[in-house]
Ligand binder design. Structure first.
Ligand SMILES: NC(=O)c1ccc[n+]([C@@H]2O[C@H](COP(=O)([O-])OP(=O)(O)OC[C@H]3O[C@@H](n4cnc5c(N)ncnc54)[C@H](O)[C@@H]3O)[C@@H](O)[C@H]2O)c1
Length: 493
């Protein structure tokens, strides 16, 4: 088939490359001239395992080409994928400017029967809006082309996007007409070898399905994080508890690793967009707001722990950061917890040196003029560091040379935001270990050594304050919902 993919980012480029690999003729469009030039010259402008090899191979077959203009790409198109970004507006709603802009342009340039496939994550009802744009187009009305508008949300995960696209768990197709179903089923047939992957539904349900999945994932992350904080405060060990949870087939084992909370280009924005949609239909979405609140608190807790360690004075403290991307195997730093931590540390006068195996350039762009020194290696940024904060669970951070690290650092504390290490390991090298949800015994009990930060009484006082704060505020809704940042601040001050 002749396919056009508009938007050559993480989703669009993987889609275009994999569809070309499956034998289709694909034109990928992006309005970013530099990106188009790089891609045409075999360079993937972001980090995604396996993608560069497919790009090169498919460019060489001639089945894959890149264009800047939608008009140029549309000379022959059976199927057009829309895979442009749908970032958050300041009120949390999804910004559809790019997507609707493309639809408007398509309405002027479609030159035959065509299926328009919305791959971007979009609010329920966006397919209807795009259909209206086409219905109102004088050009399309005159030409009487058969146009289908389909929702086909993407479920790939950065870092394993190629693998996910080639072997999907499910391929969701939301359409209100059987013609579009049949064309897309044919296009996706090579990716559905057992014939079990296609999930067909109406368009609005497909649009909602993507938000449903991402909010479920976010819920698990916030749930395990909250459980880990409670477990620590009650003197229980979350890693043992995780084993019990994972052993229950009703719960399953994925997304049960406590840590700093979710970030990235999808979960935060999709949760905000779903809350906005809920608000539009007069639903309070208590659960979704709580998920966000827990996530925000988790990040604040880490910052507070670093502050506490230095008695509230971060000025001129050398802080080393390991990991900038929001998760391993990608250079994506959009809404990465590392960047908000770095901004706060710099605000409070700390000196930040950071290392990431692949995300240093993208972090540099995102941080702009902020003064962060980027190092050549994990060890290099720890030289004379007063503390190390591990923000991303890259493989190379999992078993560092502790001996060298302990000798290089001036301070002897590791803030382990991803629960990668055991306190016992670090203690062997004279290093203190802090992790979120670390065991802290209630006030009056003696620390048994599992918690090496020695902040038991301080934490108990904070826990009491937190309980008071929660008692006062948790029944404030319905009607009035407290801002997430207000609650996070109230809990952690
Ligand atoms: N990244 C993921 O892991 C992931 C997973 C599933 C779904 N999604 C969704 O897919 C969509 C795309 O995400 P992404 O991460 O690939 O975004 P991205 O920012 O990496 O890529 C978007 C691309 O679209 C291009 N673009 C924007 N407006 C354009 C226009 N008018 N004409 C041509 N090109 C244009 C940009 O230059 C950019 O290259 C989003 O809605 C996202 O929520 C992303």
């Amino acid at each position: 088939m002749n396919v056009v993919v508009i938007g050559s980012g993480y989703v669009g480029l993987v889609t275009g490359c994999c569809l070309a690999e499956a034998g289709n003729t694909v034109v990928c469009v992006d309005h970013d001239a530099q990106k188009v030039a790089a891609l045409s010259a075999y360079r993937v402008p972001f980090h995604e395992p396996q993608l560069a090899g497919i790009l090169e191979a498919q460019l060489k077959t001639g089945r894959l080409t890149f264009e800047r203009s939608i008009k140029e790409a549309m000379t022959k198109a059976d199927v057009v994928f829309l895979a442009v970004g749908t970032p958050s507006n300041t009120d949390g709603s999804a910004n559809l400017d790019n997507l609707l802009g493309c639809a408007n342009e398509l309405a002027k340039t479609i030159c035959g029967d065509c299926i328009i496939v919305i791959k971007s994550t979009v609010p329920v009802g966006t397919g209807d809006r795009i259909e209206q744009i086409f219905n109102k187009s004088g050009h399309l009305r005159a030409a009487q082309f058969k146009i289908g508008v389909v929702s086909n949300p993407e479920f790939l995960a950065e870092g394993r996007a190629v693998q996910d696209f080639r072997h999907p768990d499910r391929i969701v197709i939301g359409s209100n007409d059987s013609y579009s179903f049949s064309i897309l089923a044919r296009l996706y047939a090579p990716f559905d070898s057992d014939g079990l992957r296609l999930v067909l539904m109406d368009r609005r349900s497909a649009e909602f399905a993507k938000y449903a999945c991402n909010s479920m994932l976010a819920a698990r992350i916030s749930m395990i994080n909250e459980l880990s904080i409670l477990a620590g405060a009650l003197g229980a060990d979350i890693s043992s508890i995780c084993q019990v949870l994972k052993g229950d087939p009703r719960i399953g084992g994925s997304y049960l690793h406590p840590g700093i909370g979710y970030g990235g280009s999808c979960l935060p924005k999709d949760l905000s967009a779903l809350i906005d949609l809920a608000q539009n239909v007069g639903e309070p979405a208590y659960m979704l707001r709580s998920i966000q609140m827990v996530n925000t608190c988790q990040k604040q807790r880490l910052l507070q722990a670093v502050r506490n360690h230095f008695n509230g004075h971060l000025s001129a403290k050398n802080i080393a950061i390991w990991g900038l991307s929001f998760k391993p195997d990608t250079d994506d730093v959009r809404a990465a917890p590392s960047l908000s931590l770095i901004r706060s540390l710099l605000d409070e006068g700390a000196v930040v040196k950071a290392y990431d195996p692949v995300a240093q350039s993208s972090a540099q762009v995102e941080l702009g003029r902020l003064e962060v020194e980027f190092g050549e290696s994990a060890l290099a940024v720890c030289e004379e560091a007063d503390a190390l904060v591990v923000m991303t669970e890259w493989e190379e951070f999992k078993a560092p040379d502790w001996n060298a690290l302990a000798q290089t650092m001036r301070g002897k504390i590791v803030f382990d935001a991803r629960a990668l290490y055991t306190t016992a390991t670090l203690q062997q090298y004279g290093l203190q270990h802090y992790r979120l949800g670390q065991i802290k015994l209630p006030k009056g009990r003696i620390d048994d050594g599992l918690s090496s930060v020695g902040e038991v009484s301080e934490v108990s006082a904070k826990t009491e304050k937190m309980q008071r704060c929660n008692r006062d505020k948790q029944f404030a809704f319905p009607g009035l919902f407290i801002g997430i940042n207000d609650v996070a601040a109230a809990i952690l001050v």
